[in-house]
Design a binder for this molecule. Structure first.
Ligand code: MG
Length: 488
């Protein structure tokens, strides 16, 4: 059995190297690609993803994984590797190779159409591609199979074990409580920060300094610019982040860098000696998001961090026309807004509830892609009381659907729930945790995350991990308490 496990691990390393090569192309596509290169890149992506898929679902490989997954006598690590690989293979086998190649071609074209549509703020440019993508995702749900809702088949890809039913338990009461909090905050004065110019070269320097201070290894990563900030990993020694810049608001780039570096620290902290197999992989997107949210919201928006941040602002931009206290109040202001990635912590989750309802509706066929701009406007009005002025600031703001990622958005809200629960556990374990933030000391928090979360790979399911690390099942109590404290 050990021989066979060795064979499996060796094959997984090769597959992951091919996956890394594809991820480099994906990074290049979003950071560097010339306008005319999309069609050809789409062909390259389609070829590589169908070849990778064929190799991952080859009969001999599937038989090897199945034998190991059903065998007795593997040790703990071997059991995790076989169990999780079988989970992945079982899912992948349900999708025919032509389906995978078509999806890759479609989403490359879709991304191009989305980018143009967003730039021109015209949903009609994206609609034909989106229609095809949604049709494909509905077919995908049928191919994968589900017991309750077609949406469950898609959710499970990003958050193993998550279902519409469990999500409704967690998110629906959260939405109610948040709407209440927002109503209470209405009419309160929203803090503003006196204006200052933030030249981009100086933002870059400050962001690098913060990224290093919180533990990002820049010799094993880099920070670039892209329209939609993201993190991508090719190996724990090459984990890259992107951000975007606004000369009048440094937090657009700095907040994104802290967020994306939170993702990157998880990837850099996965065991490199398990590269390729599930013990060297992140457990879910929700847990991934808990890492970025932990750093962005529970560290980056804390009162002690504002002292550190204000010192850095003075260092990089000269005397600031505000105090750390004002900076902290501004970073934590609550104000309904149109753009999800710029939303405050309280209203953010309502942006997710909106997308969750829209996606579930699309998958059940209750919402048609052509109706999205009007559905979007109605829900923005209902949840946040806002009028959507144009498509770019409405339905076109997010890249996800153009990538074929449906069922992804809920992992953001789950990430917030996990992050609050994890941070509470970290504070219990490390009573002086937050005091260090004021001095730019983050080592203890990172060490705690490394030990409790990063080093575990996919050993436990997301819900098991939460139970193990915090001593209770996932719940919304800690997030609601955290947000309530913000508003008082
Ligand atoms: Mg994120």
């Amino acid at each position: 059995m050990e021989d066979k496990l060795g064979k499996l691990k060796a094959e997984l390393v090769e597959l992951s190297k091919l996956g890394s090569a594809m991820a480099v192309l994906g990074w290049d596509q979003e950071v560097n690609l010339p306008a005319k290169a999309h069609r050809f890149r789409g062909e390259v992506n389609a070829l590589l993803s169908s070849q990778l898929h064929q190799r991952f679902t080859a009969p001999e490989f599937v038989a090897l994984v199945e034998e190991l997954a059903k065998a007795d006598g593997l040790d703990g690590d071997g059991k995790v590797i076989a169990r999780e690989t079988w989970r992945d293979v079982s899912r992948a086998r349900k999708l025919p190779p032509e389906f995978v190649a078509n999806m890759a071609r479609l989403t490359t074209a879709g991304f191009q159409a989305w980018a143009e549509a967003r730039q021109k703020s015209d949903f009609k440019i994206f609609l034909p591609a989106l229609q095809k993508i949604i049709d494909m995702k509905r077919r995908e749900a049928e191919l994968i199979g589900y017991s309750d809702s077609p949406y469950d088949a898609l959710l499970d890809e990003f958050e193993p074990g998550m279902t519409t039913k469990r999500l409704d338990e967690l998110v629906t009461p959260l939405a109610k409580q948040l709407s209440e909090l927002i109503k209470q905050a209405k009419g309160k004065k929203v803090p503003v920060l006196p204006s200052l110019d933030y030249p981009i070269d100086k933002q870059i320097a400050m962001n690098e300094e913060i990224a290093k201070a919180i533990g990002y290894d820049l010799a094993a990563g880099r920070i670039d610019a892209s329209p939609h900030p993201f993190t991508t990993s090719f190996h724990p020694t090459d984990v890259r982040v992107t951000t975007r810049y606004d000369k009048e608001d440094f937090w657009v780039s700095t907040g994104s860098v802290i967020h994306e570096v939170g993702h990157a620290l998880y990837e850099q902290g996965l065991p490199a000696n398990a590269f390729g197999n599930p013990l060297g992989e992140a457990v879910s997107l929700g847990i991934h998001e808990s890492q970025s949210r932990g750093w962005e919201n529970f560290v980056g928006r804390s009162r002690p961090f504002a002292d550190y941040l204000n010192t850095l602002l003075v260092k990089h931009f000269g005397e600031t026309p505000y105090t750390a206290e004002q900076l902290h109040a501004w970073l934590n202001r609550v104000q309904p807004s149109l753009i999800r990635v710029e939303a405050d912590e309280v209203t953010y989750n309502l942006h997710i509830v909106l997308r969750y309802e829209v996606e579930a509706g699309l998958m059940k066929g209750e919402i048609k892609p052509a109706d999205l701009p009007s559905v979007w406007s109605q829900k923005m009005k209902d949840y946040l009381g806002l009028d959507v002025p144009d498509d770019a600031r409405g339905v076109l703001q997010d890249v996800h659907w153009s990538h074929g990622s449906v069922g992804y958005f809920p992992t953001y809200a789950l990430g917030n729930l996990y992050a609050a629960q994890f941070f509470n556990a970290a504070k219990k374990a490390l009573p002086n945790l937050e005091a260090g933030f004021a001095k730019g000391e983050f080592k203890d928090y990172l060490a705690w995350l490394r030990q409790n979360i990063h080093s575990k790979g996919r050993r436990y399911s997301p819900e098991e991990l939460v139970q193990k690390v915090t001593g209770e099942p996932l719940n919304s109590k800690y997030l609601v308490n955290h947000l309530r404290a913000k508003l008082s």
